[in-house]
Write a protein that binds this ligand. Structure first.
Ligand code: DI6
Ligand code: FE
Length: 398
């Protein structure tokens, strides 16, 4: 069906400038997978189109998970136990566990195995109305496995109605055979893998992990220089466990986003605003790691920094496959308002991915919609462990 009118909808259009953009009794007309019209009334040209009542349900833009590590081998349930016995995330990482243990499992998995494991997690996201998922590499740390991860991420679109954006994260950790030689790893593995992945058209953005257990700002700058040469946008895991200056670095490169940012300062917030960047908040990692330093939400508000929320779905620091729970955590742990939480998984998440055609409801944009069995948008962040999705519409279908 190329033309369709949805009636009896409570529409939360999610304009990026703020508010829910609420239309309490609205209609949405869709043509060829795009929104043709939305508003309180149906203009004459759409009157003859096939109609479908949404029964007074809430319609929002379909959700966007703008930071995941969905593709990975194995699990780290044992490490979860170790942390509960008192070991810290950084101690486990330094002892060869952590990211490096997932690297071994990922290297040992072929592409169909990586896809099959990721589909289980992807289905959990889609069941909550997600339409766009960002997926990172970074558990290969060799050329072959980094490319395999990105191919597997892209292949997810063949198995499910979903849009995947890939980020190259070769600068995620220093592999064991390069211990103490991070720059050599960048020269010999990471940067050649980035160029090969870009040449194969597998990279939408370039990411890095700027942290004491990973890469310094100077090393990340080398990766960002390579990205710039390739014409690729950048983003960064910054200020997650300490303040190293990654946010300011990312701002200097005009990055799409700085992610985690628990240890970001007021000056960092100003730098993000000055570079039109998004702060991506990841409460699942904060929660899992028992962190206590909350991101400077008040400073982000004062400086007008858009805040996105994402799952960070990964086997170590955030084994979270629920974006609705990430919204609830964003409110309860970081004190976001329910409106900020919904904006964080719609309009601001789209911006964090550099996407202008989704994340809000407006004529001309993709008809990616989530229809919910609730009456007010604030309910989406409020309940815990309850999924009120009624229907997910992807590109006008569904
Ligand atoms: N920060 C994170 O929270 C994840 N990666 C990163 O750079 C953790 C990944 C992992 O522990 O496997
Ligand atoms: Fe991450």
């Amino acid at each position: 069906m190329t033309r369709q009118v949805f009636t009896d909808a409570i529409i939360a259009a999610m304009p990026p400038e703020g508010g829910y953009g609420l239309i309490p009794d609205g209609v949405i007309a869709i043509e060829k997978g795009r929104i043709a019209h939305l508003g309180p009334d149906l203009p004459a040209p759409y009157e003859g189109w096939p109609r479908d009542s949404l029964g007074g349900r809430l319609v929002t833009p379909a959700l966007i998970d703008c930071h995941t590590h969905l593709i990975h081998g194995g699990d780290r349930a044992r490490e979860f136990e170790m942390r509960l016995e008192g070991a810290s995330y950084e101690e486990i990482a330094r002892a060869g566990g952590g990211i490096i243990s997932t690297v071994a499992a990922t290297r040992g998995a072929d592409e169909p195995e990586l896809i099959a494991a990721a589909l289980l997690r992807l289905d959990a996201l889609l069941s909550e109305g997600v339409a766009v998922v960002e997926v990172k590499s970074g558990y290969g740390l060799d050329l072959e496995t980094e490319l395999r991860m990105l191919r597997a991420a892209r292949a997810l679109e063949q198995y499910r109605p979903v849009r995947v954006r890939t980020s190259f994260l070769g600068a995620h950790a220093v592999p064991a055979d390069y211990a103490g030689r991070a720059d050599a790893y960048l020269d010999e593995v990471c940067l050649p893998a980035l160029r090969a992945a870009a040449a194969e058209g597998l990279v939408d953005a370039v990411d890095g992990f700027c942290e004491g257990i990973a890469f310094s700002p100077a090393q990340i700058a080398r990766v960002f220089d390579a990205a710039r040469d390739l014409g690729l946008p950048v983003k960064l895991h910054a200020e997650q466990l300490s303040h190293l200056g990654g946010t300011a670095l990312a701002a200097r490169y005009g990055a799409l986003s700085a992610d985690h940012v628990e240890y970001a300062t007021d000056a960092d917030a100003a730098a993000l605003a000055g570079s039109d960047m998004v702060a991506v908040l990841l409460p699942g990692a904060f929660y899992t790691l028992h962190e206590t330093q909350v991101p400077p939400v008040a400073a982000f508000r004062i400086h007008g920094v858009p805040m996105a929320l994402a799952t960070d779905c990964n086997p170590g620091s955030s084994p979270l496959s629920s974006l609705l729970l990430a919204m609830n955590m964003g409110c309860t742990l970081f004190r976001l308002t329910p409106q900020e939480a919904l904006a964080g998984v719609t309009c601001h998440a789209a911006r964090a991915l550099g996407l202008a055609d989704c994340g809000r409801l407006a004529p001309g944009l993709r008809a990616d919609l989530a229809v919910w069995d609730v009456k007010s948008p604030g309910e989406l962040a409020y309940r815990i462990g309850f999924n009120p999705l009624h229907r997910r519409i992807f590109g006008g279908q569904g």
